[in-house]
Design a protein around this ligand. Structure first.
Ligand SMILES: [Zn+2]
Length: 286
């Protein structure tokens, strides 16, 4: 190798070294700055994440930040997935129906927003309006048992309350082919004998906007729910009153705006990994 060849070789090696350096620099820059130009420290991001996502997940989350119309549009599915997995969830529950005046339009409203609810039916009404019960199931809602004619179950004998419950389960099964899994005892009243005897979990509530109260208005109902709703919560309402229907016309878009998703009671148990135990009472599921 003569001098000239040596020089050429040196130049080639320097060029290769420079290319490697620049390449590593670009790689490091992109790793730190992400595609948005803001600083990203994926390892720190991973530590801060509440659910211990992997570094890849942290990078993916960061890659859709900041959220603006353009990024939302191009990452629609990812955003929906993140909301689905991390957003707050609530059970809307409606008691005492079905009622021919309110239930059909409430079902229309829920359908319009693709919201699933749980209806705790009074057997007597379910017997009278089986098509509405069938419609609930067909449209993805859950149907639960709220006794046959709404007595205080604690005042009845074992035979008395069991016939209220079994009779209603049969009526619902005959209308839909689905057996209710949950009981909502009227007035939330329960005692030890009921807990020991009834082979269903009891679903109570942690938000009662008092839509049954004579002075309730659509504003008072919706405000009460917005003030008290939380992740894993169960909201009590009644598909009996015009004001309740009107309150949900206001409420549903607002809750959606807050990122809420609407799960049936069964879906919430599954989502939260909670086992529903017969005779146990649940005011929320979390
Ligand atoms: Zn009731």
């Amino acid at each position: 190798m003569n001098r000239r060849q040596t020089r050429n070789l040196s130049v080639t090696m320097i060029v290769i070294a420079l290319v490697l350096l620049v390449g590593m620099g670009v790689f490091a820059f992109r790793l730190l700055h992400g595609s948005t130009g803001s600083l990203v420290y994926p390892w720190k991001q991973t530590e801060r994440l509440p659910y211990r996502e992997s570094k890849t997940e942290a990078l993916r989350l960061r890659s859709i930040n900041p959220i603006n119309a353009e990024t939302l549009a191009s990452h629609k599915e990812e955003v929906a997935e993140i909301l689905r997995t991390t957003g707050p969830k609530v059970c809307l529950t409606f008691d005492d129906g079905p009622s021919p005046a309110i239930t059909p339009k409430l079902l229309d409203l829920l359908k319009q927003y693709n919201v699933h609810a749980t209806f705790f039916l009074v057997g007597k009404n379910a017997e009278r309006y089986p098509d509405l019960v069938k419609r609930m199931i067909d449209e993805g809602h859950e149907v639960g048992n709220h006794s046959y004619d709404h007595p205080q179950l604690t005042t009845l004998s074992v035979d008395g309350f069991m016939s209220q419950i079994n009779g209603t389960n049969d009526i619902i099964y005959n209308a839909t082919g689905v057996k209710p899994k949950y009981l909502r005892p009227p007035y939330g009243s329960k005692n030890q004998i009921m807990k020991d005897t009834i082979p269903m979990p009891f679903i109570l509530w942690n938000v009662d906007p008092e839509d049954w109260h004579k002075t309730a208005t659509k504003e008072s109902i919706s405000q009460n729910v917005l003030d008290n709703v939380s992740d894993g919560g169960i909201v009590l309402s009644h598909d009996l009153y015009e004001r309740t229907y009107e309150a949900y016309e206001i409420l549903i878009p607002q809750l959606i705006q807050q990122g809420y998703q609407f799960l049936t009671v069964s879906e919430m148990f599954r989502e939260k990994g909670v086992d529903a135990v017969n005779g146990e009472s649940y005011r929320s599921i979390r």
